[in-house]
Design a protein around this ligand. Structure first.
Ligand SMILES: *Cc1c(COP(=O)(O)O)cnc(C)c1O
Length: 382
């Protein structure tokens, strides 16, 4: 059979899954048993390496959870807030909102601090809420809100949560591995991310870096069996990296390889530089073609950037998307409530040359779309 795709069919300019290296994909060409010592040793290596990426203290431990990133968020929210607890969700986008949806579904009492999607949550407002409501035991927030690409000021927000001595849960899904920060400096008790974001692995599991002392107290809190974070952790601790239930063995091997490649690249700082350079080149190139970013430059993260739809008759997102895909670039639809936007990610195995080629492809696409309608209809037949 012909392979459907060649080695590098199209570049994913999305928030995950991302374009990964061939060597990360090749690491999956081994079948291992979840009971095997070799496999469990690799799990243990992965567990300690992600902790080392997040902190230089030994106050933290890690636990891996099957499923996509949301499963790890749900496992955390559902497992660390006690029955008598109350959660504050700080939200300026769809992923913050998703934490509220999880709390609602699990019948966890929660309140929301809803902020504009195009601005950072106001630290003073958080301070006020916490000072007035002592029933709040836990605070959840998102680091890079992938809805817009905005980077929230977690250091400042985290300090406030710690000043009021509440437990802090950080969704750092789309930033961990791509933006330098230390979990202890922020004061996060739980940091959640997943295999297919900035570490550049493939989808299949999420992970949580947990403040050990805080986490140790959560035994029996979980509202779900398979998403019981504490039980999963206990099993990994007691049985040398064994997962409860089938583990995503191939994904884990790919992730282990991806961690090697992150180190080879020069670590998180070097990756951050690469992503930042790509994001800046992207914005500059898109601006030169008349596209405007949704956010002010100060709010941009190197992860993903939202652009307004051009308010002109020629623009149609699905045609724009298809024409770019023909040119081997896959972009992402928007998710903001109040504006029509699309998003372009700058994470994964890509570099400045790729961004240059993308800008060339966008330029071509715009010309085609503005030009002969005959050419537009051609895309429907491929
Ligand atoms: C990707 C992402 C998630 C998890 O999404 P999944 O589709 O479940 O992997 C959660 N939060 C943020 C901020 C994300 O970027």
């Amino acid at each position: 059979m012909e392979p459907i795709i060649e080695d590098r069919p199209y570049l994913l300019l999305t928030p995950g899954p991302l374009t990964t290296t061939r060597s990360v994909k090749e690491a999956m060409l081994v079948d291992l048993s979840t009971w095997d010592q070799d496999y469990n040793n690799i799990v243990q290596q992965v567990r300690s390496r992600i902790v080392q990426l997040a902190t230089s203290t030994n106050a933290y431990t890690s636990v891996l959870v099957q499923g996509s990133g949301t499963f790890a968020v749900e496992a955390t929210i559902g497992s660390v807030v006690p029955a008598e607890g109350r959660l504050l969700v700080v939200s300026n986008g769809a992923y913050g909102k998703r934490i509220s949806l999880i709390a609602a579904r699990l019948n966890i009492p929660f309140v929301e601090m809803i902020c504009s999607e195009t601005a950072c949550p106001d630290p003073q407002r958080l301070d006020q809420i916490l000072s007035m409501d002592s029933s709040i035991t836990h605070v959840a927030m998102v680091h890079c809100e992938t809805t817009t690409g905005i980077l929230n000021p977690i250091r400042e927000l985290g300090q406030i949560v710690k000043r009021y001595d509440r437990v802090l849960i950080l969704d750092a899904m789309s930033s961990f591995g791509g933006i330098p920060f230390m979990v202890d400096e922020i004061g996060a008790d739980y940091l959640i991310s997943s295999a297919n974001k900035c570490v550049q692995g493939v989808p299949g599991f999420g992970f949580v870096i947990c403040h050990r002392e805080t986490f140790e107290k959560t035994r029996g809190y979980a509202r779900s069996l398979s998403l019981d974070l504490y039980d999963q952790w206990q099993t990994m601790e007691a049985y040398n990296g064994k997962w409860r239930y089938t583990s995503p063995t191939h994904t884990l091997l790919a992730f282990h390889q991806a961690l090697e490649e992150l180190a080879d690249e020069g670590g998180i700082q070097a990756r951050y530089q690469r992503y930042s350079a790509c994001q800046k080149a992207l914005v500059q190139g898109m601006r030169s073609l008349g596209f405007a970013p949704l956010l002010d430059d100060d709010f941009h993260s190197p992860i993903i950037t939202a652009f307004f739809f051009p308010q002109e008759a020629w623009f149609d997102f699905s045609i724009f998307y298809q024409l770019l895909k023909q040119r081997l670039f896959v972009i992402y639809p928007g998710k903001v409530s109040d504006h029509d936007t699309f998003r372009i990610g700058t994470i994964g195995d890509l570099n400045l040359d790729d961004i240059d080629r993308l800008i060339g492809a966008v330029q071509e696409t715009v010309l085609v779309m503005k030009g002969d309608p005959q050419q537009n209809s051609a895309i429907f037949v491929i």
